[in-house]
Design a protein around this ligand. Structure first.
Ligand code: GLU
Length: 318
């Protein structure tokens, strides 16, 4: 039995799913959403849907509505969200800019951030050191003042030592994960994902973040931000990736992966839930079932800690 199964849930569990409206919900995102929803529903807690629509050019016009439709079709519901409102709204990040501005001001007053004039290209050229998914490690160029004061500046968080953490599913993180000063507000004035997500998880009282493990490296950064903002951090559970048959991260080239496409091909929500549940280790065979029917059976101790391969082609044939 996984230790976390035996521990009492936080007094009032508040979970969330926070997709970026850059396209339709695909199998990988649906799988993460299911785990987040099962955790919240099993704990008798609150489930929040938050739409992370800050990254202008990547945000697509009808994507929020489509995400809502796809998740509902899959059998999920939420207690707070853009379409149902709630006490911690608004639930679209683009409507929460004043909150991020206040958080940035707090960090500026605390001396936790510094203005940085480095361009992305300069940093990429400089980066000879190995780096993980979180990008090149910042070499510290502007720590004692912007190297090019004539340029518009970004605000960068000073991260001397990334905090260690224990993932709810995977246990202790490797030391030194996610190092380097990171951007919290871009030179064009757009607030960065790291600042927005922490400000919102704090303001919305989230007690556990469930998300894909492509964001594993971001967690130490976010923990450092929670600390600098004097907020209590949530627990973090990172769901292992879904891979294509070739072992690469599941993507369009592997076939139909969006719920919309699979639905058009005649797949039912139950067959997708069954298949995703099996891929997570929650069921031995991919027998069709509703999301709700798996709430009682969901257990962290059954959940796979490894990335799993799936062939969307065989799924569509089912
Ligand atoms: N909006 C992010 C994404 O869609 C997820 C953020 C999070 O869950 O922390 O990749």
């Amino acid at each position: 039995m996984n230790l976390a199964d035996a521990l009492p849930m936080p007094h009032r569990y508040r979970g969330r799913f926070a997709p970026s409206p850059t396209g339709r919900i695909h199998l990988g995102t649906a799988r993460t959403a299911l785990v987040a929803w099962w955790r919240a529903r099993q704990a008798g807690g609150t489930f929040v849907l938050r739409i992370e629509d800050l990254d202008g050019p990547r945000v697509k016009a009808h994507a929020t509505q489509q995400i809502i439709e796809d998740l509902r079709w899959l059998g999920l519901d939420w207690d707070e969200g853009p379409d149902v409102a709630g006490p911690h709204g608004p639930y679209l990040q683009s409507h929460r800019l004043s909150r991020y501005a206040r958080a940035l001001e707090h960090l500026q007053n605390a001396g936790a951030v510094f203005p940085c004039s480095c361009s992305r290209k300069e940093l990429a050229d400089l980066a000879s050191a190995p780096h993980g998914g979180a990008g090149p490690v910042y070499p510290g160029t502007c720590r004692s003042g912007p190297a090019h004061p004539e340029r518009p500046v970004a605000w960068r968080f000073r991260l001397d030592a990334p905090p260690a953490f224990s993932d709810v599913l995977r246990g202790p993180s490797p030391p030194g994960l996610g190092p380097g000063d990171f951007v919290v507000a871009r030179a064009d004035g757009v607030f960065a994902y790291q600042l927005a997500v922490v400000t919102d998880d704090a303001a919305m009282g989230i007690t556990e973040v469930v998300r894909g493990d492509d964001l594993f490296d971001s967690t130490p950064r976010q923990l450092a931000l929670f600390g600098a903002l004097n907020e209590v951090p949530p627990a973090f559970l990172h769901v292992p990736m879904l891979l294509g048959p070739d072992g690469e991260r599941l993507a369009k080239r592997h076939g139909a992966t969006s719920l919309a496409e699979l639905r058009e091909r005649g797949l039912t929500a139950e067959s997708i839930v069954g298949c995703l549940a099996a891929s997570l280790g929650l069921a031995e065979v991919a027998a069709p079932c509703t999301a709700a029917s798996l709430v009682p059976a969901f257990a962290l101790s059954k959940l796979t800690t490894q990335p799993v391969r799936i062939d969307p082609g065989t799924l569509a044939a089912r």
